[in-house]
Design a protein. Sequence first.
Length: 298
Amino acid sequence: MQRWTAEPSVGPRCRLGEGPLWDAAAQRVRWVDIVAGTVLSARLDGSCLLDVSCHRVDATVGAVALADDGGLLVAGTKALVHLRPDGSRAVGPALLPDGPSRLNDAQVDPSGAVVVGSLSRDGCTGREVLLRVGPDGAVTVLDDDLTLSNGLGWSPDGRTFYSIDSGPGLLWRRPWDPATGAAGPRSLLVRFDDATPDGMCVDAEGRLWVAMWGAGQVRCLGPDGHLLGVVEVAAAHTTSCAFVGPALDVLLVTTATDELGEQQRRDTPASGRLFTARVGATGRLPTPWCSTTGRGRG
């Protein structure tokens, strides 16, 4: 088994950093601070984040994705928000009912539609959802029995979809039609018993990189779920990861200060920062959201 060590970046600290991605057109890293309700953007120079910008979108922001018009798609508290290139925004219809649930991690599927999950802020479990918003705006419920919908990803050929339910520590997989977004039945790939799986990404070879909340690690798994390696991160709450940079060969890891005790904060002073590691793997460019998909009200 391989081991690597991630290095903390020089740049902003987030309370609950999440959802990193590489914007090749802008040559920038984008990520969110969930509890601040902000989307952040920066230029990556080695281990430094430069020219940082921060844009507040909603009370909470679960994820950010690229849009095919050059804008961004953001998972707000209850709805998807399209940030257009001209600075205007369009807010889509509410995907969740009134109540404690909010949108969490989201990714764009191979066809350009959005898959987004939910979590409850009141601690209730077992009723959270995973949704696909199709090209016509139609919403398909993929799961409705989750505790905390989290990391999402597809195999390089788009025919296998991976999703995480963080509460019970489950990593699911299911067949996926990359052209239509039709999903098959889910099956359990991995059950984590020693830490909580959070966000994840899939590299160009089909390996899964899973951030482990509470363990200070990103774990590399084979498509069969076998553990291949561990990236050690000097922050207990690792939240997600993505391959970034012009060659997509830098693993960028988001972390959090949320829910850390005083001793943990002293022991891991870089918590909340982004970390980078070179792990001998490359990623894939994120699929942009089709801006006619689930078009919001503007």
